[in-house]
Design a protein around this ligand. Sequence first.
Ligand SMILES: Nc1ncnc2c1ncn2[C@@H]1O[C@H](COP(=O)(O)OP(=O)(O)OP(=O)(O)O)[C@@H](O)[C@H]1O
Length: 950
Amino acid sequence: MQRDYQNIQVPGRSLYTKTRQLLDLVHAKGVDTCVLFYAALKQVLPEGQGAGFSFPGIGSNGEEKEDHPSTSTRTLLAQRPSLVSELQGCVEDALHALVITGHFTSADCNDVRLPVYTPSQQARRLLDHVRAKGESAAKVVLRYVQQKQGSGSSLNQENWTPPKVVLKYQKKLSSSVSAQSCFLSTYGGTSHMALDDIYTEGQLELAHYCGDVHGPLGLEDVVGAVGTVNKEADTVLVSGDAGGGKSTLLQRLHLLWARGTLLREFLLLFPFSCRRLNSERQDLSVKELLFDHCCWPDREQEEIFQFILDHPHLILFTFDGLDELKHGFSDEHRLCCPTQRAPVQILLFNLIQGSLMKGVRKVVTSRPEAVGPVLKKHLRKEVLLQGFTPSGIECFVRKHHSDPAVASKVLASLRTKNALLGLCHSPVLCWIVSHCHKELLGCGEGSPRTITDVYLMILQHFFQHRSSPKSTTGTSWLQEHLDTVLHLGQLAFEGIGTSCFIFSPADLETCGVTEKDICMGFLVQSKDMSPTRSKCFEFLHLMMQCFFAALYIVSSNNADRSIISNLFEPQNMRATGLGSSSCFGACSSSAGKQGQALNGEAASEERPNLKITATFVSGLLSQRHRSLWLHCCPSAVTEKRVRQVVRCLSKGMHKHFKSIPPPVDGEKKSMHAMPGFVWLIKCIYEMQDSRVAKDAVSKLEVDHLKLTYCNIGPVECTALAYVLQHLRNPVGLQLDNNSVGDVGVEQLLPCMHNCHSLYLRNNSITDEGIRKLLATGIHCDSFRKIALFNNKLTDACTQHFSHLLKSRQDFLSIRLGNNNITEEGAKQLAEGLKSNRSLKYLGLWGNKIGDAGAVALASALQSSTSLVWLSLVGNGVGNAGAGALANVIRNSTSLEELWLTENCITRSGVECLVQALKENTRMKSVWVINNDLTLEEVEDLRQRESRLTF
Ligand SMILES: Nc1ncnc2c1ncn2[C@@H]1O[C@H](COP(=O)(O)OP(=O)(O)OP(=O)(O)O)[C@@H](O)[C@H]1O
């Protein structure tokens, strides 16, 4: 197709990228295309060169051999992406169909079912096996999928095709979606970058714990069945931090849909940007929303709209940036009629809730701050986008630089700059760092450490690369471009105050933005699906707008004196010059609607862009950057601003500490961070002044700092460690249910000496993170407890725990539940336990140590004098394990609780435990719920030993 040709022949793309893409495309199109490609290759290659190629199934003369895949196997290959999404919710049933027809053995099934695979990986594995089994197995799977579709999507039914007019519309829509999504806008100016060339998988996780999902999610899982918590709801939320890649992920989904490689179950996909919807001031009906904002049908509007209403399950809407909408989500105004007009936010909220267009699937992206409980109750599921993994960072940098030598240098330099590496976990910062590689490689010791440093780097980079050098010796680069900074700064500042992110030519004029300012590259032309609107601009990225707003606050002589205190004290925000400043053009009327906005969920949340702006203000006023402002403002003004910021941060922290309730009798003093705590810590980090950090925590006297569900990733870990290292006494740091990951673990190391306990449950940490953590932790005398429930640990981490147990005779607690530890790992742990005299708590719930692992542990703990609590729940332990553990009960002088629930112990195993308990009066309970016992056996054993819990 011409479109395929154009997708590959993008000017400026390197030859090897085009080649790779061509091969991928040919592969995706299936066997027939591969055959044609092979024949074409033979024709164009010089004689003799083609001889080395051989295509399976093709003879040397290009004729098909007999073993050419026959129809069903071919369909399996050609329709693989859609088959994967069809199968992922019903792998079990498909396996059943294959077993009863004699194509699959139970070993095949077990291989597919391995719990380390996500449902889509299982589906892929199933298809691989089926392909290897041949034509008849392929037929069974296709028949099964067809039967399943019988009740589902009519799109895939054999004899059904949508009306011609709808297909025509679909063609128009998909080519416009494809055109909108094939380039990444941050690579504007001269360096267009195709999404295909730069897209790097971010980490996707389910927001809700879902027991049967292991391993990372793929793009297909965003809309797929995995992790569904409310089947009645239509809306999937993708949430993540600013610059975390939410818009880019949606862009990727759009592009893959337009190419027919993903989301094939949806005939029509309508992409919306909440940023652009903000400027819609007229009431709209759903029809107008779809056709005016996305794609205008050249004819038969009514027929097409009726088709959409009649086939909701074939339609997908995406809404990017719900947090950018001026109105906070509310479900108060109900609207059910698709032809009734309403303000655009009412329309949007009703679509999300499903009171309008029920059955149409919607994907919404938002920063987490803008998502409150009212929205959450309408969600089908929530997926968290958590930035790049360490290998993602590497992959991105390599894709960004066409010269592999430069990429390697950038990566080597990043490895030596720990704080910067932590920042690169955020895709937008990774993009800046890659973009400014020359500055990075030349920066030596003074490498960027804070987000503000990184943004200053790109500011300087753009100024130096996009303007002709002037002979103004002695002038700082900022001074040279101060006019541009102030023009763009004012535009950004006014926009942030009124949630205005798109600027008309009139807006630019009011702030004095000139053609030269635009050429610097910080503003890009707004993408708009509708050709009728006038040319508008937006900042390269919203974070960039916040940064310019902060530059304006810090460098402008006119900035209102109260701005800083208002910015840092959220309760004042609504009354500030920020909240009430009138915006321009399209946004001015809606500025007056802030009151209305406050009825929604945004009212209860402080607006995230103001917080980011405040973070930048802290960074720009740090000692390291103060010289930049010397020529813009009198230093007395700057000093005063610095004092104001420091005062606000200190006040904010102390307010938190005052809110800590006195400890309950017998419990330690504990502080649960309130919203805003992590943000204050980040502002302190941006200031890079250890006196401010010290002062902030000098009065904090708690034993336990609880920061669960606080959206803490590597960037936040860097800031936390910077501040917490100044605590006067060690604390228990509870970071459960965040997205710390291995990069974050590394960032926490500087404050390890101030942690007596570290709780990192559910944080996507792997063995590598543990290796680094324990290498430092082993030397921190206060560090005594660690909890790592539900991470990504395998046997490879247990050698490090073993070493810890051998070296530290004061370590108290190791909890490794719900990881992937097998008997090998248990044996390693046992090695460490043999020479340890201090461990009190050992938790291995939900691993796979089996009988052999239990026997190894039991023999190491045989006569433990320290262990009080041991959990081997759900580990496949049988009678051999129970027998060995009975010996621990018999001999240990310390054990009080043994948890053996959810194992496969039978009566004889429990008998061993009963006999051992007779010799131990210290033991309090042995839990054996859900083992292999009959009701009668349970009753009998209960009578004989009351400390057994069934
Ligand atoms: N998966 C990715 N692959 C390559 N680059 C990415 C990816 N995700 C993000 N980026 C880079 O980071 C920039 C910011 O990402 P994006 O705009 O998608 O973030 P966001 O989460 O939507 O941010 P915000 O909430 O502030 O709107 C992109 O313009 C791109 O340069």
